[in-house]
Design a protein around this ligand. Structure first.
Ligand SMILES: NC(=O)c1ccc[n+]([C@@H]2O[C@H](COP(=O)([O-])OP(=O)(O)OC[C@H]3O[C@@H](n4cnc5c(N)ncnc54)[C@H](OP(=O)(O)O)[C@@H]3O)[C@@H](O)[C@H]2O)c1
Length: 389
């Protein structure tokens, strides 16, 4: 597979001072095909300014793939000088998402050359712009346009074109978590089935960041949701929280296999759309409840189990089995800035109207990253770890 936007990342070691390894992260600022690594994966696209300066920032860097709590370290990273098309950004907050963890572990579809700064999402404020920068001004809030920028850091010099501005009148945590999960939810609810008010969507991992955005965007559109979560000691509390954000029905994984489902489908129509972030048995059960001709979109595989499609679902119900990756959507729309801006504007409107809130978050200082990385991998934690700078 050829990735359309790439700039190779060259990490150049320049010296060790006072026990701190300082590095200058430089890139060629031209789009070119990424080299294929021995693993067969392509290295990650990222752009930085190319000249070196003396100022530094703190960043969560990893030199090897492995257990995130072991391999990620807080280090000083030298910042390049601002060139005419780059901007100096002070990072404000950046979440730890499952894909960030998988990148550090070395199991994600795209991987940066090492060493790399972790994090693909987050919000920063523009401090200074180069003389040729046209779309951004000091004071603007910005989020990455694509994966791979390395957001777990206090500051960065980025090429203007890898950033997109975001409204700064929304809550900080909403902005920090806007670019991946709400965009994924928005696209999956818009691009696969024509959903009308009164239609139904079923989803697993419904308490995830994506799931919470699905619940809220669907509710704003008058679409019923059936939300599947894993059983847990505090299920009642979780269910109440999910109802409060607009979840029509919250059920346990086990319920998918029980006669109670028949009763449920007396109250709401069978789903036209199923959203699968888990895989394995959970995905198969979602499929069984789809209406004829409906679509299941797989966007995550938290159980690390493959998706098995019953033959009968294909033959007798003609269900469509699809996949979605928001990074690919952003790349496919890289030359249509309006598409991303329009979606972000609609999401920000929902935020201002109180219809879309950030997922439950735990704010963690950069220096407490080990604890945050550990927590991000724990089951039933039901809160997004967000690094604050
Ligand atoms: N394709 C895309 O474009 C795209 C975009 C965004 C996210 N994603 C993917 O979507 C998934 C969710 O991301 P997120 O940021 O929303 O996650 P998150 O907020 O960190 O939540 C993780 C979710 O996964 C569930 N989970 C973890 N292990 C599980 C297992 N073994 N079986 C069933 N459920 C399990 C958790 O349930 P408990 O509360 O029960 O632990 C929780 O609901 C990830 O796989 C992520 O990579 C994909």
């Amino acid at each position: 597979m050829e990735l359309p936007h790439h700039v190779g990342l060259l990490v150049k070691r320049i010296g060790v001072t006072g026990g701190t390894l300082c590095r200058t992260l430089t890139t060629a600022c031209r789009a070119h095909r990424l080299p294929v690594r021995s693993s067969g994966r392509r290295s990650l696209a990222a752009r930085y300014s190319s000249a070196a300066s003396g100022s530094a920032c703190k960043a969560l860097l990893y030199r090897n793939h492995g257990d995130p709590a072991q391999v990620v370290q807080l280090e000083s990273v030298e910042l390049p000088v601002l060139d005419e098309r780059s901007v100096l950004v002070k990072m404000l907050a950046a979440p730890i998402n499952p894909s960030d963890i998988n990148m550090v572990q070395g199991t994600y579809a795209i991987l940066p050359d090492l060493p790399a700064v972790g994090g693909n999402e987050g919000v920063g404020v523009v401090m200074e712009v180069g003389s040729q920068v046209t779309n951004l001004r000091a004071g603007d809030w910005v989020i990455p346009r694509d994966a791979g920028l390395g957001t777990w850091r206090t500051a960065a010099v980025f090429s203007e074109e890898v950033l997109t501005p975001v409204a700064n009148d929304i809550p900080l945590l909403s902005a920090a978590t806007l670019g991946v999960n709400p965009c994924t939810a928005f696209r999956m609810l818009s691009d696969f089935e024509t959903l009308k008010p009164g239609d139904t969507v079923i989803q697993n991992a419904a308490n995830s960041g994506v799931g919470q955005a699905v619940i809220q965007i669907a509710a704003a559109r008058g679409i019923h949701t059936i939300n599947v979560v894993r059983d847990r000691p505090d299920l009642q509390k979780l269910t109440e929280k999910m109802h409060a954000m607009g979840a029509g029905h919250v059920i346990k994984e086990e319920t998918l296999r029980k006669p109670e489902m028949k009763e449920l489908f007396k109250k709401v129509p069978r789903p036209k759309l199923a959203l699968n972030g888990v895989g394995g048995k959970s995905a198969t059960e979602l499929l069984r409840h789809l209406q004829a001709g409906g679509t299941m979109v797989t966007y995550g595989g938290m159980s690390k189990q493959p998706v098995t499609v019953p033959v009968s679902a294909l033959i007798f119900k003609d269900v469509k089995v699809r996949g979605f990756w928001v990074s690919q959507w952003k790349r496919d729309h890289a030359h249509d800035r309006g598409a991303l801006q329009d979606m972000l504007a609609q999401l920000c409107d929902l935020i201002r109207e109180g219809k879309l809130t950030a997922p439950a978050c735990t704010e963690v200082h950069l220096q407490d990253h080990t604890h945050a990385l550990d927590n991000a991998m724990k089951p039933f934690i039901s809160t997004k770890q967000v690094l604050v700078m």
